[in-house]
Design a protein around this ligand. Sequence first.
Ligand SMILES: Cc1cc2nc3c(=O)[nH]c(=O)nc-3n(C[C@H](O)[C@H](O)[C@H](O)COP(=O)(O)O)c2cc1C
Length: 187
Amino acid sequence: MNNRIGIIAGSLRKASFSKKLAKAVKDLQPEGFEFEIISLENLPIYNQDFDDFNEVPESYTEFRTKLKDIEGFIFITPEYNRSIPGVLKNAVDVGSRPAGKSVWDNKPAAVFSSSPGNISAFGANHHLRQCFVFLNLPTMQQPEVYIANVAEWFDDGGNIKSEENKKFLKSAVDAYAEWFSKLEGNK
Ligand SMILES: Cc1cc2nc3c(=O)[nH]c(=O)nc-3n(C[C@H](O)[C@H](O)[C@H](O)COP(=O)(O)O)c2cc1C
């Protein structure tokens, strides 16, 4: 059976570069894997009362149910003010609760970060990794994936323009798939 991997882009923006990268990553799905883009639309800001008083929004239930069956994740984060955008942190929080029922626990993750600037969202990349320590998401260490000047990556159709960039992204996806398979084999 194929391993199901969720691709999560930390942006709601229609023309988001992170969403374009998510689509490009999905298209690079290696054999033996099923890559699926996970939408972060319609997730209200987390309020612990939802879980404590049994008032869980339908969108949370859908999100949590879907992610329960996903075996690993590739996160694609932009950077807001040197950290992760609120929409991504909110999704991480929603998936982590109720306590003891986290959808993230022990699922291999990769973090790819990008920015139109030249620091490549390094700050966001590492803030996300900090959350993953607590959430017990084993996270691929190498290769690190920092994408600078991402606005230059795509043509009008959302396709990656340069063969070199395509090759780079493919090598990162393949490294994740190989590392994931190694971890699964050790279970
Ligand atoms: C509130 C806000 C804060 C931002 N802060 C940063 C930042 O700290 N570092 C950075 O490289 N870009 C920053 N940017 C620019 C984003 O990298 C840029 O808007 C990017 O396109 C967002 O990702 P997206 O295309 O996936 O929506 C910021 C943008 C916004 C709206």
